[in-house]
Design a protein around this ligand. Structure first.
Ligand code: FAD
Length: 505
């Protein structure tokens, strides 16, 4: 995928999508799959907004049972099954444990009922595990739970429940949707900002775009314009319609990455005060801990975690782990994102995660709300608005991303053939799916690319070349944060960053 802006100025697109987060990427993918001439523009890097700052779960959301959002949970559980099928290298089943203490807001019987109902709502879309059996909920007696989650506070612990959901690599799932869109003929570019809309007879007819790399401004024409800009929706809508009421309500969520993993299971912990839950999830050998949910009204570009957010997470951690188990000075990384919720009053945690697609008088289509998990459904609903008189291709039967498909080769054989270590091949297969071959192909003429990038991860040098040549990485942070996720691994030497800077330079 090459960043070639010259092609955007030839002719008129059927649809131009603003915003390269998961929703924009999936809409572009689906529109191109339906034979439309598609353009996708992202002002930063693909997935640089909320879509790389999520909890990285493909889930129904056990928590939404409390707000009786059964339709949303059912829909998400169905989408979870589709994603496990359509992006098997990026979306993997994960077991969750919920410990219950004496005096908890939700007693043990309620948690048992909750996970039972959760699996019932999944119906035939219950998670399938590699061993062939379905991932079902169960009660966990106290002693077994202590064994499964070493270090957990034992005082007042009554037992717990476990259930299954799925975990994903959010930034790469966006990227693979962009790459798939491109395979179906879409034109996509990162670092191109939409500054305003072009109009003809009062109707949107394209955009005025600004290439933030060259500083050049240019016009792009399209019959339909879709704004999938998530937390930036109010900003773009006001550019178009003046000071109208907000369409989205942005709430901030932060995560910290902590060294080491507590267990192979994820932990869901109901919070003490604000009727929320937070997670400790095994993530690349470390633990992803989050999240928060607080209103945020400032510039979406300036969102960041503050001390209060981190203190909140650590306060809640200290409720279920003995004081001192987690220490703030050991944190590897912190990141903050904004939920683009459909605007409603009330406590943030209680606002539905439903999505809404609205066509303005100007013909501009705004995509709001939703969950990462439901991106296929959001794209499908958006396509019905773009093409009201046509039935879109049925993607319930399959909406595969770039690297999906069955890998039939054994990692050991591939390792032997290519002169690399088996662990590296397994890691490449997990990250790129069937496209791991494209990465290894780069090493055929240049064996030096088989060398490790750095001691902090299994990555090899070929991946940096691949990120630049095929995955449109423009800046070093595109590779560090989103193509190779190095930001989640502690690095002592900084060799990986040096190598990436050299190559990208
Ligand atoms: C803390 C947190 C945890 C979450 N965890 C989960 C989870 O585990 N599972 C789940 O299902 N959902 C989760 N969600 C929700 C999910 O992440 C979001 O619903 C989803 O990522 C929103 O995607 P988007 O494409 O709408 O927005 P974004 O990813 O923010 O994409 C919008 C893009 O538009 C671009 N843009 C803005 N203005 C312009 C412009 N003028 N020109 C060009 N481009 C522009 C931005 O740069 C941005 O990349 C979480 C959300 C948060 C905040």
């Amino acid at each position: 995928m090459q960043r070639d802006l010259s092609k955007f100025t030839h002719g008129t697109y059927d649809v131009l999508i603003v915003g390269g987060g998961i929703n924009g990427a999936a809409i572009a993918h689906m529109a191109a799959l339906n034979g439309l001439k598609v353009a996708l523009l992202e002002k930063g890097d693909f997935a640089s907004g909320t879509s790389s700052k999520s909890t990285k779960l493909i889930h129904g959301g056990l928590r939404y049972l409390e707000t009786f959002d059964f339709d949303l949970v059912r829909e998400s559980l169905r989408e979870r099954a589709f994603l496990l099928r359509d992006a098997p290298h990026l979306v993997k089943p994960l077991s969750f444990i919920v410990p219950v203490y004496r005096g908890d807001r939700k007693p043990l019987w309620m948690m048992r009922l909750g996970v039972w109902l959760y699996d019932r709502l999944a119906g035939k879309y219950t998670i399938g595990l590699p061993a062939g059996q379905a991932g079902k909920h169960r009660f966990i007696p106290r002693d077994e739970l202590i064994g499964l989650m070493p270090g957990l506070k034992e005082e007042g612990l009554l037992g717990g429940v476990s259930y299954y959901d799925a975990q994903m690599d959010d930034a790469r799932l966006v990227l693979e949707n962009v790459l798939s869109a491109q395979v179906h003929g879409a034109h996509a570019a990162n670092y191109v900002e939409v500054r305003s809309f072009l109009k003809k007879d009062g109707q949107a007819a394209g955009v005025l775009a600004f290439d933030t790399v060259s500083g050049r401004e240019f016009e792009i024409f399209a019959r339909k314009v879709v704004c999938a800009v998530g937390p930036w929706t109010n900003v773009l809508m006001r550019e178009e319609e003046g000071n109208v009421p907000p369409l989205v309500r942005t709430t901030k969520g932060i995560h910290v990455v902590y060294p080491g993993k507590i267990s192979d299971h994820a932990l869901l912990i109901p919070t003490s005060k604000d009727k929320r839950v937070f997670f400790i999830i095994p993530w690349m050998g470390n633990s992803l801990i989050g999240t928060t949910d607080t209103d945020y009204t400032a510039d979406p570009d300036a969102v960041a975690a503050d001390q209060e957010d981190i203190d909140y997470l650590f306060r809640e951690l200290n409720r279920v782990f003995p004081e001192g188990t987690f220490r703030k000075e050991q944190i590897i990384a912190v990141f903050a994102g904004l939920r683009p919720l459909v605007h409603r009053e009330g406590e943030p945690a209680k606002i539905s995660r439903n999505h809404v697609i609205k066509e303005a008088y100007s013909g501009i289509i705004y995509v709001m709300g939703g969950k990462y998990t439901t991106y296929r459904k959001i794209a499908e609903d958006c396509l019905r608005v773009i093409l009201p008189s046509r039935k879109p291709v049925d993607t319930r039967a399959g909406f595969p991303v770039f690297g999906s498909g069955e890998i039939t080769e054994s990692a050991q054989e591939v390792a032997k053939e290519n002169g690399v270590n088996t662990g590296v091949v397994r890691y490449l297969m997990d990250l790129y799916g069937t496209r791991y071959k494209d990465v290894l192909r780069l090493t055929q003429n240049n064996p030096a690319l088989k060398e490790p990038l750095c001691a902090c991860s299994p990555a090899i040098k070929a991946q940096v070349v691949y990120a630049i040549e095929t995955e449109m990485a423009v800046k070093d942070e595109d590779i560090i944060k989103r193509r190779l996720s190095l930001v989640y691994r502690p690095c002592r030497s900084g060799q990986c960053v040096q190598e990436i800077r050299q190559r990208i330079g």
